[in-house]
Design a protein around this ligand. Sequence first.
Ligand code: ADP
Length: 195
Amino acid sequence: MFNIILFGPPGSGKGTQSEKLVMKYRLKHLSTGDILRSEIYEQTALGMEAKKLMDKGFLVPDEVVIGMISSLLDANPKAHGFLFDGFPRTSAQAEALDKLLQLKKTSISVMLALKVGEEELVKRLLKRGQTSGRPDDNNDSVIRERILEYHKKTTPVADHYKKENKAIMVNGEGSVDEIFKALCKEIESRINEIL
Ligand code: ADP
């Protein structure tokens, strides 16, 4: 199996690039942000609880997202690879993911980390907020809170994969196609050893 983590701060382009990568490499896309938003849309109990935190820019509890990922891994036994987008976002989530994949006799092949400057992130998120309808993109202080959460809780996840020599930095500024090409280049230089 070929399992990718697409990593980066809010607004770094994970969603956009994920769509293109899953098409090209026929991976199953697992985006915790998308799954949580669909729970909110369907007004489930989980969604309602998550919304309170997401609207303020905070992370939802580890148990909640780990449980979601665990059931999706089980629900897709035939997938020939997963692309994790927005997960893992804490060290506890990274450890849980390692264990879940180990149970399936597989592991993370590579973590691709998109690097984007902070002012560019805020600019992109505010622009997305004008059309996305996402309440967490509409407010400058919520955006800053999300970036703070990222620095506090999510950056240690990169160290987790650096230790295993699996973390690769990719420039996340430039055109969508330029960034996509850079990601594909990294994937293709590894794909042979992985498959
Ligand atoms: P972005 O990376 O653009 O901020 P996402 O769509 O990935 O947006 O996530 C939106 C929100 O959903 C996050 O701010 C957080 O509250 C919640 N969320 C998504 N994934 C996770 C996760 N793995 N752990 C905890 N909270 C999460």
